[in-house]
Design a protein around this ligand. Structure first.
Ligand code: PRP
Length: 218
């Protein structure tokens, strides 16, 4: 390992809907991130003046990069943390990208008539665990996106998915049936990095925590 690599803190960022809010939070915490963050399609962005490197990953993959230590820290949704169960420390609730997980389906859904319940979701582990706890036997159908399509075309009776504004459900004629849990983004840390780069990581956690504190007080 070179001297540079030892000193550089690698941050895994989730591309997609969390990204903008996460970048805004970092900027408020005085990290001067270059404009190419939003503008380019680069997946690795170096910020040498801050001794930082950012890797831009799919949200579901952020804990994987952090668990394997190719990123020291990262930003991941609580939904992803529950689904992926990776060996990482979850050290701070960033209180951004607030949404919730829900069970939804067509308004005509009749549980009594549903003899072999099928649930479509991007979150097979989370959904299985939920229905197991509810004592309901279901078949889980894993999809990678556009989950709301499943009940409309008859692939599954119900879905387990994230609800943010509720617009996707509404525009596709679906209704929410159960609210499962609220979700926010978390700051996660690789356990080894937490020891070897404790100074940089503690500094980052403190700066982020103080921004979150200020935002809450407003
Ligand atoms: C997410 C989620 C819902 C939608 C909810 O999908 O899976 O489909 O957002 O947001 P809303 O309540 O504000 O409408 P995303 O846009 O991330 O894409 P995906 O369908 O590919 O998962």
């Amino acid at each position: 390992m070179t001297e540079k690599e030892e000193n550089v803190l690698t941050v895994a960022m989730p591309k997609g809907r969390i990204f903008e809010e996460a970048v805004a939070l970092l900027r408020k915490a005085d990290y001067s991130l270059p404009p190419e963050f939003e503008e380019s399609r680069k997946l690795i962005i170096d910020v040498p003046e801050a001794s930082m490197q950012f890797i831009l990953a799919k949200p579901m993959d952020v804990p994987t990069y952090v668990e394997h230590g190719v990123a020291d820290v990262g930003v991941a949704g609580k939904d992803v943390m529950i689904e992926e169960k990776r060996d990482v420390y979850e050290v701070l609730d960033l209180k951004i990208s607030e949404c919730y997980m829900a069970v939804a389906g067509l308004p005509t859904y009749n549980p009594q008539a549903d003899i072999s319940p099928k649930i479509a979701t991007k979150y097979p582990n989370l959904a299985s665990e939920y229905f197991r706890q509810q004592g309901e036997q279901v078949e889980i159908i894993k999809l990678n996106g556009s989950i709301e399509l499943a009940p409309i075309v008859g692939l599954a009776d119900r879905i387990v998915d994230i609800v943010s504004t509720g617009r996707t459900l509404k525009e596709n004629g679906l209704v929410e049936m159960e609210t499962m849990m609220s979700i926010t983004s978390r700051f996660i840390v690789n356990p080894v990095s937490y020891r070897t780069k404790s100074g940089q990581i503690d500094d980052m956690v403190n700066r982020l925590a103080s921004v979150i504190e200020k935002e809450r007080a407003r």
